[in-house]
Ligand binder design. Sequence first.
Ligand code: GDP
Length: 529
Amino acid sequence: MSFLSEIKRRRTFGIISHPDAGKTTLTEKLLLFGGAIQEAGAVKSNKIKKGATSDFMEIERQRGISVATSVLAFEYSDKKINILDTPGHKDFAEDTFRTLTAVDSVIVVIDVAKGVEEQTEKLVEVCRMRNIPMIVFINKMDREGKDAFDLLDEVEQKLNLKVVPLSFPIGMGYDFKGIYNIWEKNINLFSGDNRKNIEETIEISDLQAPELNKIIGDRAANQLRENIELVDGIYPEFDKEAYLAGNLQPVFFGSALNNFGVRELLDCFVDIAPTPRAKQSEERLVQPEEDKFTGFVFKIHANMDPNHRDRLAFIKIVSGKFERNKPYLHVRNGKKLKFSSPNAFFAEKKEIVDVSYPGDIVGIHDTGNFKIGDTLTEGETINYKGIPSFSPEHFRYINNADPLKSKQLFKGIDQLMDEGVAQLFTLELNGRKVIGTVGALQYEVIQYRLEHEYGAKCTYENLNVYKACWVDPKNSKTDEYKEFIRVKQRFLAKDKQNQLVFLADSAFSLQMTQQTYPSIKFHYVSEFE
Ligand code: GDP
């Protein structure tokens, strides 16, 4: 197959949802359609159970699963589909944000009874900012939930999207009869006593046809006609270009658990979802069809075996072919590196591959060369944008609890930060180190891993910080900036990239500081124009 056909047949996406909406179940059903797994239950949920904070076995189990489910690839209708795992738990939200820099589109799963939940709102917002094409799947239609139109309104308002239903439920909960596929103009019915079997697809060229009444009964038939008339009246026609530009979001209804409405979703997805997209680097826009390889690291995973310090760096291929044993330039440190055993990921295994194409993810063994966000090329000096750090929610001093092991401690902290487990800030005043995390769970993880993988011990000490703000002086020569540096020294720190950060201790003090130094900009994100 030609290089261009390989690119065109790739679909790399993520499934995002609030925990429990059905992401794992849907993933599994998609893999079953692709023949990538043989039975239900093969995909492990990477959910963190309540109370896991103090359960280190749980943390280790979690890390194992998270490697196993990082990328799930399968073939369906001549397409190569790569699903990138996005943890739903809010303590791992940063991991998900970073993964979203490597997807070309997403599917958003929403629970019909719970509607739009907090984590969905946050993740969709990130996708919206990046104009990532999104398809919405409203799940659990076999349960009583919200009215379909009310839910569509909620999705539009809370998620700030413009929706167009491409399927519509016939009934719900106990009365759930099936799905009218607006996209293909046919009906799929739930049947049998256990309601798990799917009857054959019935082509419906005309909703007014009297057969419809025979098939689903008068009441449901009339209701469906009314609903579809409303859909036609309220929502715009589906427009693929608008979807690809991130301006229109198709919606499907179904029940992942019962494998209902999933095929409709998948068939439409392979048809409309984007092929690998061009990516902006600091220097220029890079097209997937370019013949020279480029890619970037969006995830790093430490080896599960503490005796082997090497890590797995996940690289998204943006352009050209990635080939085994070919030397590539690590742009940040200027080194040429060769990879003798790059891994490709499939649903139940990983394998060494000779060639990978744009849209694919390869995992390469790393002995400490990579950081999240690093760019690899065939020689060109470009840097991919778009893996910013966000202000952490929690801040603690980290102290060395074993003076003989300070080297190990620093090395451990350094590597864990490169993996993106948390963020490190070094105070300007006294050089003390502060760890910032999104969730409290990370402190336990860090302490445990420092001890088990690096033989170092640490303790924490509370520090009252409201937000970390990256300081953008606009002009660092002004008296105003010099005064800011002098007066606020106590609150200033450097991040790992040596960028200056203001650790505001309250919303009020941040506001006062902004007022006192109006020419300085404070950002909650480490990357800004
Ligand atoms: P995740 O946290 O988003 O990965 O959610 P899971 O896929 O683990 O699903 C959470 C729970 O919802 C599990 O108990 C599933 O069996 C259940 N579930 C998923 N899909 C459906 C569905 O279509 N109908 C019903 N009734 N339950 C579902």
